[in-house]
Design a protein around this ligand. Structure first.
Ligand SMILES: *Cc1c(COP(=O)(O)O)cnc(C)c1O
Length: 422
């Protein structure tokens, strides 16, 4: 049961090795020769304490990386993230119920771990000495953690001054060599692709097709959690478009393997200030036009997304939509998610803000079942939260602010503060 790399543009096929693009420049995807797969196999592994099947990624090994030797697998274990709902969330977006799948519950605090466990395991199989990525933060945190576990050298390229502190703290602490590029994520991405070719670094951005394979497990796990009943819609924040790509591939394969018989529609949500994919969608074009990105949601502050072609196919195949939300809508939605005791980082809330908008427009019906993917943990970007509640984000109103109250150190002041509405 082998797997191969296939170019999405010209169809050229390669052995799965150290290669990230086709000779024609096209993106590669992993094509598996599937064996017999059935729901029962995955159900039997639920609750397993035994690696690697205790992982919410490797539970689906047969559809993610069937051929890899279990001895090469590096797992934390990742996945097994929860689905939450809260009356206030449903009310906010205008649905009876809204479920959120919290990918911030992964070991390093974002969904990136799902792709990284598969990518690093391949790095181990291939015997590489050093790995690298460009990152808006979470990819570097995840790669640094997995490389440390595997004992492989790690170099991360990040845009200087543009990544959230929680993420920078992780990359430094896990021992990666941190290269701060003067420029934005797209510059870092360009440099790391050149450097990996010339300097022999194994590239672990989502241009590496194994990352996409791991991220498919978000979909498999979510549908299994719902008793193999797919929702009507899946909403996801869209930056470099790895997830949007992975979700479409997961659904295509789930149908092919008979795991599901209904295909949910994908809603891929961008930030208004970093919306090249949305513009491509709206204009009905065939080629993405890069732009200079700007948004408070640093994880999706990307102007030249690598995986746009795969993502476009995902949205089209699932009869999905692409939409955009403003920083105000993102931060307000985040305040609601946070206020429900769930919590997420700014980029994650784009999915919730996007669903609210799509319900308002009548694209999503009030009785439809929707799952939003929350991509990262609240503590990744504590500055964004504190700045929202203290009113210091430029151009963003404190719609749902919970302002801290400064008081004197005596009982009368406490009493007065307790009576005050914030
Ligand atoms: C990486 C990331 C995204 C963007 O995901 P893509 O797959 O690149 O579109 C969104 N949110 C968070 C928190 C991320 O870390």
């Amino acid at each position: 049961m082998g797997s191969e790399f296939k170019c999405i543009d010209c169809g050229m096929v390669y052995e799965p090795g150290i290669r990230f693009r086709c000779d024609c420049g096209g993106l590669l995807e992993v094509i598996h020769e599937f064996g017999h797969v059935e729901r029962e196999t995955f159900d039997e592994r639920l609750g397993s304490m035994k690696p690697p099947y205790s992982s919410g990624v490797w539970r689906y090994k047969e559809i993610i990386n069937p051929a890899i030797d279990v001895g090469h697998v590096v797992s934390r274990p990742e996945g097994n993230t929860n689905l939450y709902s809260h009356p206030r969330l449903g009310k906010y977006v205008g649905l009876e119920d809204l479920a959120v799948k919290h990918e911030g519950e992964n070991p390093s605090g974002s969904f990136k771990d799902r792709g990284m466990t598969v990518g690093i395991s391949e790095a181990v199989r291939l015997g590489v000495k050093a790995v690298a990525c460009a990152s808006t933060g979470n990819t570097s945190a995840s790669l640094a953690a997995y490389a440390a576990q595997a004992g492989i050298d790690c170099v991360v390229f990040i845009p200087e001054g543009e990544i959230a502190f929680g993420k920078l703290a992780q990359a430094l602490s896990y021992g990666a060599k941190v290269l701060q590029i003067s420029g934005n994520f797209d510059d870092a991405m360009r440099v790391v692709q050149e450097a990996s070719g010339e300097l022999g670094l194994y590239l672990l951005n989502s241009v590496n097709p194994w990352r996409i394979e791991g991220q498919k497990s978000i979909i498999f796990e979510m549908i299994q959690q719902r008793g193999w009943e797919p929702p009507d819609w899946i909403a996801v924040p869209a930056g470099n478009l790895g997830n949007t790509s992975a979700f479409g591939k997961a659904l295509r394969e789930a149908v092919e393997l008979g795991l599901i018989d209904k295909v949910p529609r994908i809603a891929s949500i961008q930030a208004e200030g970093a919306n090249p994919f949305y513009r491509l969608w709206e204009e009905g074009g065939e080629v993405l036009e890069p732009m200079k990105p700007s948004t408070v949601a640093s994880a999706i502050k990307i102007g030249n997304p690598v995986s746009w072609k795969k993502a476009l196919r995902s949205v089209r195949e699932t009869e999905g939509v692409v939409d955009q939300v403003s920083d105000q809508e993102i931060m307000d939605a985040k305040a609601i998610v946070d206020g429900c005791g769930i919590g997420c980082e700014p980029a994650s809330a784009a999915s919730v803000a996007g669903v609210r908008k799509l319900v308002e427009k009548g694209v999503i019906g009030p009785g439809e079942e929707v799952v939003c993917v929350l991509t990262g943990n609240l503590l990744k970007d504590p500055d964004a939260s504190v700045q929202y509640h203290t009113g210091t984000i430029k151009g963003v109103e404190q719609t749902y602010a919970n302002r801290p109250i400064v008081i004197d150190a005596d009982i009368a002041s406490v009493e007065r503060a307790l009576k005050r509405k914030n």
